[in-house]
Ligand binder design. Structure first.
Ligand SMILES: [Zn+2]
Length: 89
């Protein structure tokens, strides 16, 4: 099963008139954890003062910079664990 398919399935089980608070909490935790594995493109923020490669913010948690101290592009956001998609960037 694809991650996106699992997320879509789990979102069907978030009706608070049908499910208990514990169910809703565990479903939303599972959805959030799965969504972190679907890669998202970082957002370009502004050029760095002494470097022309630019700076990037995580589009999931809105925190930046997601570049490591050496300017490398990590596979995951070090703030929230979001998988990052650097293709075409
Ligand atoms: Zn993040």
């Amino acid at each position: 099963m694809e991650i996106k398919e699992a997320v879509k399935f789990l979102k069907k089980y978030t009706d608070d008139e049908v499910y208990t608070c514990k169910c809703l909490t565990s479903h939303s935790m599972a959805i959030s954890a799965l969504e972190k594995q679907i890669s998202m493109k970082p957002v370009f923020v502004h050029p760095l003062q002494f470097d022309d490669c630019g700076d990037y913010m995580c589009s999931s948690c809105q925190k930046g910079s997601v570049l490591d101290p050496y300017g490398n592009k990590p596979d995951y956001c070090h703030y929230c664990g979001q998988k990052l998609d650097w293709s075409d960037l």
